[in-house]
Design a protein around this ligand. Structure first.
Ligand code: PNS
Length: 170
């Protein structure tokens, strides 16, 4: 274990899934400190506010001693310079994630050549999980058990009440 390196895991976490949590847990065993940096992804329309997303990540990771959660706005490369930390963690679920992650890695490196991105692969039981699919299933009243932390499941239920489940127009 490299005890010296402090790594940043950036993401929109809209909402946090057990797949994200698996990456956070793996990263927390490899680095002395993990900073989860919650922000907006301007290519996505978020269902949860930045503050809601931050609180859900904080609640879900409160048992991990070396994990801290913050939010930021603006360019990730600028934020990293501000906190003087240049190691990024990102999760890779499948080949389909690769192109986007590759572009983002090289853009961040172009913006600041000190930035290095390290990819971690989640447990295979989470490789199909995405925040957008979670929201779709939650909206339609599906069972969230094993897919998201308890506080996220509760927030999803609050946001997408189950009465819309199975309401078909005749
Ligand atoms: O969880 P996501 O939505 O895949 O995370 C993407 C995120 C938030 C890390 C990315 O959109 C980002 O870094 N946004 C901050 C603005 C920025 O720096 N954009 C250029 C990234 S190459």
């Amino acid at each position: 274990m490299n005890k010296e390196i402090f790594a940043v895991y950036p993401g929109s976490f809209d909402p946090l899934t057990n797949g994200h949590l698996d990456i956070i847990t793996r990263a927390s065993k490899l680095f002395s400190k993990i900073l989860i940096a919650v922000t907006d992804n301007c290519n996505k329309k978020h269902s949860f506010s930045l503050n809601e997303r931050l609180e859900l990540v904080q609640e879900s990771t409160k048992n991990l001693e070396n994990v801290k959660v913050v939010s930021f706005s603006g360019l990730l490369a600028d934020y990293l310079e501000q906190i003087n930390s240049f190691v990024l963690i990102r999760g890779l679920r499948a080949i389909s994630d690769f192109e986007y992650e590759f572009q983002m890695t090289l853009m961040n490196r172009t913006l600041n050549k000190k930035i290095e991105t390290i990819f971690l692969i989640p447990d295979q039981s989470y490789t199909f999980l995405s925040s957008s699919m979670i929201k779709e299933v939650a909206m339609l009243g599906g069972n969230m058990s094993g897919l998201v932390p308890k506080c996220v499941a509760e927030k999803l239920e609050e946001k997408f009440p189950k009465h819309i489940n199975n309401e078909y127009t005749k």
